[in-house]
Design a protein. Structure first.
Length: 110
């Protein structure tokens, strides 16, 4: 990741995610590298598959919210983000600083 060799990182993270599918970290890294080397749409598909396996992983819902927002799916992004916050309230503060979620910032205000 530090070297920004996104295609190599994507391949390695994909293999690790397939070998250890219950480790959410690998799917998140695979998605991150895919965003950089391929597309947000491809990234979204990786995370949707991961969230089916690990539905209680707040980080997956949070990242899906980011990508949905970037794809113009603001309503879906809001729902995903609210779910992430229900699972882990720390994501509210993180979301308020995340430029990928700028379109939903108003929905986070008390």
């Amino acid at each position: 990741m530090g070297l920004k060799k996104w295609e190599l990182m994507r391949i390695v993270a994909r293999i690790l995610a397939q070998r250890d599918p219950d480790n959410v970290h690998w799917s998140v890294q695979w998605a991150y590298a895919t965003r950089r080397s391929d597309s947000i749409e491809a990234t979204r598909l990786i995370l949707l598959e991961a969230v089916e396996r690990i539905p209680t992983a707040a980080i997956l819902h949070y990242n899906l919210a980011c990508y949905e927002c970037q794809l113009g799916g603001v309503a879906v992004a809001k729902a995903r983000l609210q779910h992430a916050i229900q699972l882990d309230p720390r994501y509210r503060e993180k979301a308020m600083e995340d430029q990928d979620l700028k379109a939903v910032w108003d929905s986070l205000k008390p």
